[in-house]
Design a protein around this ligand. Structure first.
Ligand SMILES: C[S@@+](CC[C@H](N)C(=O)[O-])C[C@H]1O[C@@H](n2cnc3c(N)ncnc32)[C@H](O)[C@@H]1O
Length: 430
């Protein structure tokens, strides 16, 4: 016989709230000391209450919307709950102690699902319908719930993306109209949205990955992106500012924080410019410049073969083959080759972290008589942006070049007090 003296019902009386001298005199510490408390399964408790208050035939409003209202006798509500519990037990094989997660807003649907679980001794896990997919994943992983009852409209925003990663075996979609007895036409006129048809039997319509790391190394690659669910195909096409960027986002960085800089650089470019993009990646800057400005030519240098592959592909899919020349190699030596072949640039883009100080000397070999603008990137404290200009200037002045700071931009926050900064420097012969 289960009793309130059993260990599982006893509270540890050494807890600080008991021993700290604040527990009010006369308030029982144990359930067994509360008068009239008994161990009663909740389902039996429901029945006892209905009996005690004599309300089996009372009307309960289960749905009200505009002028439409639906009522049932309490007796009927119990019937619904029993039916649901029986379905869980016989059809789905849910047993005492199994967890059933209920992701429903305040509604009769919740009450029926909750009571049905009590009927068969299943454990109810209430899910907050505003949970984001990762919160839901966490909640379901903790309890190892086997069934998820949910309002169909919540499917796309939540479980769609994470369900296959959980131990959920059965998904039971529900809708506010489930308990309505009016004819179909009347129900349709209510205009209650439904998304049951949006719940696919297969999962290949979407892909979900979890970014668990940072952007690292000289190739600026994502450290750890793990596949969660859906179709495991990490090649994406991102459209931005009239440009298509195709890339594998598990291997190649794409920072939305750099969006404005990608747009802005093309506005600085004048017609017929010769441009060298020393750290071109998949064409972050080269593509929008070639698309929106009218440069004569852009030499886009990229060392990482993976990025280079997408750079050449992106040049093709954006139809920019006549403007961009992709070069696979180390820009330190490639700019020397360009300069030896007579290339002189109006603009040199030096977009990589950490600031490419070691490449300045080589980049300077591209300077034009009339001057060349360098876009030099780095990370610094906001008030220290001049340190980037100064390190460039120091090296340029050693080779007798003159530097003028044209402007600076704080592209994005990069950590506590740190910013991704770009300085535009006009360099000319002394
Ligand atoms: C990730 S991009 C940064 C682009 C731009 N700053 C942005 O944030 O959108 C920098 C690229 O430089 C490339 N890279 C690194 N070292 C290089 C080198 N020595 N020569 C050419 N490319 C290099 C990396 O592989 C990477 O694709």
């Amino acid at each position: 016989m289960t009793s309130l003296n059993d260990k599982e019902y006893l509270v540890d009386e050494n807890k600080v709230w008991f021993t700290g001298g604040y527990w009010p005199e006369g308030v029982p510490k144990q359930l067994k000391d509360v008068e009239g408390i008994d161990i009663t399964p909740l389902w039996k408790g429901f029945i006892k209450s209905a009996d005690d208050y004599g309300i089996w035939d009372s009307d309960i409003c289960i749905f009200a919307y505009g002028s439409y209202m639906e009522r049932v006798k309490l007796r009927k509500l119990f019937e619904y709950a029993k039916k649901f519990g029986t379905f869980l037990y016989h059809t789905l094989g849910i047993r005492k102690g199994d967890v059933v997660a209920i992701d429903l807003p305040n509604s009769i649907n919740f009450v029926v699902a909750y009571m049905g679980c009590q009927y068969i001794g299943a454990i109810v896990q209430g899910i907050n319908p505003t949970y984001k997919p990762m919160e839901l994943l966490h909640a379901l992983t903790m309890t190892k719930a086997k069934v998820l009852v949910l309002m169909d409209m919540l499917y796309i925003a939540g479980p769609a993306t994470i369900l296959p990663k959980t131990s959920i075996k059965y998904l039971i979609p529900s809708n506010f109209t489930d308990f309505l007895t009016a004819d179909e036409e009347t129900i349709q006129q209510l205009g209650i949205p439904s998304a049951k048809d949006k719940i696919p039997s297969e999962t290949e319509d979407y892909k979900v990955y979890l970014n668990m790391g940072k952007i690292k190394g000289k190739y600026r690659t994502p450290e750890n992106i793990v596949f969660l669910v859906g179709e495991d195909n990490p090649i994406v096409e991102h459209k931005e500012h009239g440009v298509i960027y195709r890339f594998d986002f598990t291997k190649i960085m794409f920072s939305m924080g750099n969006l404005n800089e990608r747009k802005f650089l093309s506005t600085l470019v004048k017609e017929n410019e010769v441009i060298v993009d020393m750290f071109a990646g998949i064409g972050y800057f080269s593509l929008p410049i070639a698309k929106h400005s009218k440069p004569k030519i852009i030499y886009s240098i990229e060392l990482n073969l993976e990025s280079f592959k997408f750079l050449t592909e992106n040049i093709k899919i954006n139809h920019l083959d006549n403007i961009i020349i992709p070069i696979n190699g180390d820009s330190k030596s490639e700019v020397i080759k360009l300069s030896k072949s007579g290339v002189r640039a109006d603009r040199v883009i030096m977009g990589v972290f950490p600031a490419p100080k070691d490449f300045i000397k080589e980049a300077l070999t591209l300077i034009k008589e009339s001057g060349t603008t360098f876009h030099y990137e780095g990370v610094a404290m906001k008030e220290n942006y001049l340190s980037l200009f100064n390190e460039f200037k120091e090296i340029a002045e050693m080779s007798n070049y003159k530097c003028k700071l044209l402007s600076k931009r704080f592209v994005k926050s990069y950590g506590p007090h740190l910013y991704h900064i770009v300085v535009d420097i006009l360099v000319s012969k002394d």
